[in-house]
Design a protein around this ligand. Sequence first.
Ligand code: LLP
Length: 417
Amino acid sequence: MDFFNYNNGLLQAENVALTQIAEQFGTPCYVYSRATLERHYNAYAEAFASHPSLICYAVKACSNIAILNVLARLGSGFDIVSIGELERVLKAGGDPTKVMFSGLGKQAHEMQRALEVGIHCFNVESEPELYRLNEVAGEMGKVAPVSLRVNPDVDAKTHPYISTGLKENKFGIDIQDAVRIYKIAHKLPNLNVMGVDCHIGSQLTELTPFLDTFDRLIGLVDELAEAGITIKHLDLGGGLGVRYRDEVPPEPAEYAKLILEKVKDRPITLAFEPGRSIAANAGILLTQVEFLKCTPHKNFAVIDGAMNDLIRPSLYGAWMNIVPVSLAPTPEGVRTYDLVGPVCETGDFIGKDRDLDIQAGDLLAVRSAGAYGFTMSSNYNSRSRGAEVMVDGDKAHLIRARETIEHQLAGEQVLPD
Ligand code: LLP
């Protein structure tokens, strides 16, 4: 559930009309709802409250410091994949001791910074990464907390680009090889083996792959115990899907029920790294129709948002719901449109074959755009990235100013004469 609803035929974010936001901050613009974010985080926190657990929001989904700050205030931990994300978490007031550092290409300087601030755990993805971390920690006179990201070879049944738990994916350590590598980690003097980690994919709409993964990983935990290696936490990664169209993804409560039945009273902390299921439906992309371009073959609505603002449709063929901000009928009537941006690529579309009653100047909301929306935006075609706004009740706060051309050009220079 989210807090984007129509009131008297006008779409609102909580208690603020999106027309007002467009007037105040311009378009294209990302609009987030604080109440929705909080609701989604709390759904996880409450579902797992009966067992020691740590919910680490995956920063990559939506990393504005205002978003991170809202979650930090609720006690959220954070899953990061770069030092940039760590600095965001720190700036947002996040607790470094609740940070998991994922990602398969961590550089020495990133490890150093994470050790300096005392993160919860490094999710290590290869043997050479273990050696690097051991060395960096040793140089600093520290002991690094580690989990191995294990690849359980489970089919997440999702889009191939966002499926990560199969043998052929670049991620993690093959579960067959995990005990051997855990033994190496256990012997390295500057590492402290803490957990087992995995992440099998994103936008999962069934629980079975998570449950299969859990079974495989808990088997590994037992095997490690026999080898004298005690595992304190089991990190099941992120991946719970959301509804973009007609998917019926499980709620965190259903997920928790089945996992907790399996965990029983084992003395192991559970960790999760949800991104999409917290942020996606907490945000929309607000965009305006520039022109209606109707040809004998096709009707196009040319909008001011483009693939550089929201790349999911172009990159994954993702279907995103596009709705008019005002439900008032227009003189144009209902037509079937492709919604395209001004970028010079045929692949620049946000939606295809949509029946809409719109006219030039109308505002549209692209729903469920809070996750992997702004964070995947770019300056392609030298377009300045849009503003980000967070609505909190009846107030709209600018949380990232629209970029200017000066922002874009800062840092560039021509060769000397
Ligand atoms: N943990 C790790 C290690 C991850 O790689 C990811 C996402 C997550 C957690 C969070 O997963 P979530 O709960 O959001 O599914 N750009 C794609 C999604 C890429 C996901 C990458 N990893 C999209 O727009 O669909």
